[in-house]
Design a protein around this ligand. Structure first.
Ligand SMILES: [Mg+2]
Length: 279
């Protein structure tokens, strides 16, 4: 397996499955930290802030620093800032989205906003959705964090951003711009966040139709792990193929730990050698 300078990886189905850590996941993260390799954990889930997600992982027993977590809400906020700095948005979502949008200098208002931004919330209400529909009909641009129609929760399936976006689209005739995976924008945005180049970065994911297609479209190499959604027998039918296939994150090979550099100055090197011989 080729050595990469940077790793992007999906969270659910790659590092964790529900509330269970996938064997080898923590060792993989530890390996990246030990080698000072750049990495980001990518999730389409727009509800939580990186700090909340780091904490949720911690309660499962996994240590991932919050600055290594990159959500569709963060990508959405970065998209808005790039498109129209210091704009105004009407936002439906939880703190993961509202924090990110405030963080890029946006004002949240229902008065003449530039954008209607839809994320996910456990508290959708009719008045809010009606407001969004009227604002879009009046000309506000429609952006949504992620196209997932539904998502897993501890108590079963839940409607996700894609399903609620469909309701608004049906009422307005306006389709949203979805920022999250499989939009390659999510990967490009993560690369920019890391200051990384696509040629030296690999994406690890469990879904051909989101992680792998988004990464392939961004010019990244890909590693498909079989601990999540895509099963081995389904891979061949896709027109795009992963660069590598691994049973799990535990089988992904990391570059060898680089040897400690010898001092550039030969005299210093000899002196150190002498010293270590004496010890
Ligand atoms: Mg996944």
């Amino acid at each position: 397996m080729k050595s990469y300078n940077n790793y992007l990886m999906d969270m659910d189905g790659v590092l964790v499955r529900g509330r269970t850590i996938i064997p080898g996941a923590q060792e993989f993260i530890d390996g990246l930290n030990a080698r000072s390799i750049g990495y980001l954990v990518l999730t389409n889930n727009p509800i939580y802030t990186p700090r909340d997600l780091a904490h949720r992982l911690q309660t499962l027993g996994m240590q991932v620093p919050e600055d290594r977590i990159f959500t569709s809400s963060i990508a959405t906020a970065r998209f808005l800032k790039k498109q129209l700095p210091e704009g105004k948005a009407f936002v439906i979502g939880e703190s993961g989205l509202t924090d990110a949008i405030h963080g890029v200098g946006y004002i949240m208002t229902d008065h003449n906003p530039d954008y209607v931004v839809l994320g996910e919330t456990h508290g959708y209400n009719y008045a809010q959705i009606t407001k969004a529909i009227r604002l879009i009909s009046a000309g506000a641009r429609f952006v949504a964090t992620n196209p997932d129609p539904s998502g897993p929760s501890e108590s079963g399936l839940e409607p996700a951003c894609g399903a609620m976006a469909a309701l608004i689209e049906k009422a307005t005739g306006v389709a949203p711009f979805f920022v999250g995976k499989p939009n390659p924008y999510m990967m490009r945005s993560a690369l920019n966040f890391l200051g990384a180049h696509s040629e030296e970065t690999v994406m690890v994911g469990d879904r051909m139709d989101t992680d792998i297609v988004g990464a392939v479209s961004s010019g990244l190499d890909t590693i498909l792990v079989l601990t999540g959604v895509t099963k081995r027998e389904h891979i061949a039918a896709y027109p795009y193929q992963p660069t590598y296939i691994c049973e799990s994150i535990g089988d992904v090979e990391l570059p060898e730990v680089k040897e400690k550099k010898r001092p550039a100055n030969a005299t210093v090197a000899r002196r150190e050698e002498k010293k270590s011989n004496e010890e």
